[in-house]
Design a protein around this ligand. Sequence first.
Ligand code: MG
Length: 275
Amino acid sequence: MFKRSVYKSPVELRSMVAAGAATAAALDEARRLIAPGVTPLELDAAAERVIRGLGGRPNFQLVPGYRHTLCVSVDDDVVHGIPGDRPFRDGDIVSVDGGAEVAGWNGDAAFTVVLPDAARPEVVAARETLSSVTEQALWRGIAALAGARHLNEVGAAIEDYVRGEGDYGILTDYVGHGIGRSMHEEPPVFNYRVDRRGTAVRPGLVVAIEPMIVAGSLDTFVRDDEWTVTTSDGADAAHWEHSVAVHDRGIWVLTAADGGAAGLAPLGVEPVPIP
Ligand code: MG
C-alpha cells in the first residue's frame, strides 16, 4: 500500500538524530524563555538562533507562505498560530510547535505550558490538567508504537487513554505524519481509533505523533490570518508532539534530549539509542 520509502535505512535513521536534537534544543530554549511579558516573536527568534547555531535551518520556514520558526498557539488557538508581538499574560495556555532541518533531514515536536496566575487558580488548574492529559496521551501513543504491529494501534492507545481522563475531545481535523527528508510524509498517524490497521510497524519507520486535545467541541475554524486553527466554541486546547524512530533494537524519541526515557519509564518502555 505504501511506498518502500516509508522505511528508512539504518544509515538514514542515524542521519535523523541531528535534526531531532536541534529540534529538541530549540524547543527547550523556547520553554526556558516563556513567561508573562515575553512575546511569541521573541521565542521564535531564540528558537531560530539555536537551530542555526547547530548547523540547521527552521523547517517551518520551508513551508510555502510561512516565515517563522515556531507556531505559537495561545488559549483557544489549537495549532498553527503565527508568532506575534502580543506578550504572554498570566494564566495563558501556550502550545509551541517547531522543527529543524539538519543535513536534509527533519525533526518536528511541540509542547504546551500554562503560565501561573495567582488570581485564577481554577483556570490554571484546569489548563494544567488539559496539558498533562495531552502530554500523557502522547507518551501512551509512543509506548504503543514500541509494541505495535501496525501504526493505527497508536491512535487506539491515545483514544483509550483520553476517554478515561474526562470530558476531552481529540481533534480529528489534523493528525500526525511520517517524517524524514520532508517534514510531512506518509503515513498519517491518527490520534484516535480507525477501522484500518495502518502501516506495518518495523525498523525504519519514523513518525511524528501529535495529539491535539480540546476541552470542548471538536469544531475548529481557521482565523483570518489563514493559518491559526481555533476552537469554534472558544474552549482551551493543548498540543504535544515528538518525532519517533523505530529501529532494529527498539524505539528512540528523536526530539527528546533523553530519547524519551523519562516520559516512557512510567509506561515500562525503555528507549534504545539508534545503533
Ligand atoms: Mg507535526
